[in-house]
Design a protein around this ligand. Structure first.
Ligand code: ZN
Length: 431
C-alpha cells in the first residue's frame, strides 16, 4: 500500500468511527470484506483449522487473528491498541431547560482537554438498547451525523481573565446547547424527552425497526469537522481520536495485508482512557480468554506465551516547538521522524531492552526511522495498555506509538508520515 492510499484509508476510518462502537463496526466491515470469519464467544470453536478470524466483545473491543500453525510451537505476533478516546458522554437523565434553552447533561469520559471543546459544531453518536414488540432487548448503533449542539465560550468581556487563568466547572459549564425552546414551551418548562428523540432517530435510520421504547444508551458528543491533511507541505493529519484510532487502523490493515503464513493477532481494547478495568478493557479477561481457547492445555498456553510478542501501539507526545521544555532534551520525539519506543524505568511502559531491540531491528529492516521517548525525570509518566496486557498474559511486550501534538484535544495532530512508517514496520513484523 502506498502512502496516499494509507492516508485516505485512515481519514475514512476516523470519519466512520465517532465512538468505540462505530470503530469496531468499521473494522468488522473491512474484515468481512477481507474474508475473515466472525467467531462468537458463546459458540464452540474448532481451533485446529487454520484461517482468519475475529471476535468482538461489548461491541467496543475486537480481537482479530490469523491462525497459520500450532500456537504452542510458533506463538503469536500480536499488536495491541485501544478504541476509546476522551469525550463528553450523555448522562442517563440528561434533559436540562435553562433560560429557554434545551441542553444535555454530560459526564467527562477520560482525561479530556476541555478548552478545545468550546465553539465546536457537535454531533452525537453511540449505542442504544431498546425493547421491541417481542419484548426482546436489542442493541443498535446510532449517529445524528449533523451538528446538533454546541458549547459556546463566554465572551472575553464577561471574563477578563480568560487568557491569563481559566478553569472550567465540569458540572455547570459543559452541558451542550441543543436548541432554543419555543416561547410557549419555555413558560411550561417542558422539554423534549431525550429517549423519544432517540427513538425517532432510530426509526429514521432503520425504517424497518420494531423498536417500542429506548431503555438505555451510551452516547458521546463529537466534532463534525472531518479529518484533514494540513500544512503548507501537507505534513500533518488533523483529526479527533487519532489517539488511538490511528493505531487501530494501522494494526488492522497491516494484519489484513499480512496473508496467512504466520500466527498474527490484533487486539483493540475499550476503556484505556479510564484505566482499562472492564470486560472489554486490557485489564479484563478478553485477550487471555481468546488465547486460552486457541491452546489445548495449560502447557501449550505457556509455550505459546513464551513464543509470542506484543507490540502495544498508542500515540506518544511529540516535542512541541512552543513548549519544548516539557520534554527531556535528548528524548523529544519529532513529528514525521518515525514511530517512538516508549521507555519508563518504573514500568509505566512495558518496553524492555529485549523488546525494544526487536522493534528497532524491525524498523531497520523496514527502512523506517525510529525514535525513543522518556518523560522528564521531574514529571509524571502516562501509561497505556502495554503493561496491563503484559501482566495479564505474560507475553513480552513493547510500547510504541507515533508522535502527536494536542493529545486528548477534540482535534489532535499527527505527522502525515509517521502512521505510514508504523504501518511499514508492522507489515514487516506480521510478515
Ligand atoms: Zn491512547
Amino acid at each position: 500500500m502506498q502512502d496516499t492510499e494509507y492516508t485516505d484509508g485512515l481519514l475514512k476510518f476516523l470519519q466512520a468511527s465517532p465512538t468505540p462502537f462505530h470503530a469496531v463496526a468499521a473494522m468488522k466491515q473491512q474484515l468481512d470484506a477481507g474474508g475473515f470469519q466472525q467467531l462468537k464467544e458463546s459458540e464452540i470453536w474448532d481451533t485446529n483449522v487454520p484461517g482468519r478470524y475475529y471476535v468482538c466483545r461489548n461491541d467496543s473491543a475486537i480481537i482479530v487473528f490469523t491462525l497459520a500453525n500450532d500456537p504452542a510451537e510458533n506463538g503469536f505476533r500480536m499488536v495491541g491498541a485501544h478504541t476509546d478516546s476522551p469525550c463528553l458522554k450523555v448522562k442517563p437523565n440528561p434533559e436540562i431547560v435553562n433560560k429557554g434553552y434545551f441542553q444535555l447533561g454530560v459526564e467527562v469520559y477520560g482525561g479530556v482537554l476541555l478548552n478545545p471543546w468550546f465553539d465546536r459544531d457537535l454531533s452525537l453518536a453511540g449505542r442504544i438498547s431498546y425493547v421491541n414488540k417481542q419484548q426482546q432487548i436489542i442493541n443498535e448503533l446510532i449517529d445524528f451525523e449533523t451538528a446538533i449542539a454546541t458549547i459556546p465560550s463566554l465572551a472575553i468581556h464577561l471574563d477578563r481573565e480568560a487568557n491569563e487563568s481559566h478553569s472550567i466547572n465540569k458540572q455547570t459549564q459543559l452541558p451542550p446547547i441543543l436548541m432554543k425552546l419555543p416561547d410557549a414551551e419555555k413558560h411550561k418548562k417542558a422539554s423534549p424527552d431525550f429517549r423519544e428523540l432517540l427513538l425517532k432517530l432510530l426509526k429514521k435510520e432503520h425504517p424497518e425497526t420494531d423498536a417500542e421504547k429506548v431503555l438505555e444508551y451510551e452516547l458521546m458528543f463529537y466534532d463534525v469537522q472531518p479529518p484533514a491533511v494540513i500544512g503548507l507541505h501537507q505534513d500533518f493529519i488533523a483529526a479527533a481520536r487519532l489517539d488511538n484510532l490511528l493505531s487501530c487502523y494501522t494494526g488492522l490493515i497491516s494484519l489484513i495485508e499480512a496473508g496467512e503464513n504466520a500466527n498474527c493477532l490484533l487486539v483493540c481494547n475499550d476503556h484505556e482512557e479510564v484505566g482499562s478495568v472492564s470486560t472489554s478493557g486490557a485489564s479484563g479477561s478478553f485477550l487471555k480468554s481468546v488465547l486460552n481457547r486457541l491452546c489445548a492445555s495449560p502447557e501449550q498456553y505457556a509455550r505459546m506465551v513464551d513464543g509470542s510478542m506484543l507490540i502495544s501501539a498508542d500515540n506518544a507526545h511529540g516535542i512541541h516547538p512552543n513548549f519544548a521544555d516539557r520534554h527531556d532534551n535528548n528524548h523529544g520525539p519529532v513529528i514525521n521522524q518515525g514511530p517512538v519506543i516508549k521507555i519508563n524505568a518504573n514500568q509505566r511502559y512495558a518496553s524492555n531492552s529485549e523488546t525494544s531491540a526487536i522493534f528497532r531491528h524491525l524498523c531497520d529492516q523496514a527502512d523506517v526511522p525510529v525514535q525513543s521517548f522518556v518523560v522528564r525525570t521531574d514529571m509524571a509518566c502516562g501509561s497505556t495498555i502495554g503493561p496491563l496486557a503484559a501482566a495479564e498474559t505474560g507475553v513480552r511486550t513493547i510500547d510504541v506509538g507515533v508522535p502527536t501534538f494536542a493529545m486528548h484535544s477534540i482535534r489532535e495532530l499527527a505527522g502525515r508520515w509517521d502512521g505510514y512508517y508504523l504501518y511499514r514496520a508492522l507489515r514487516e513484523y506480521f510478515k
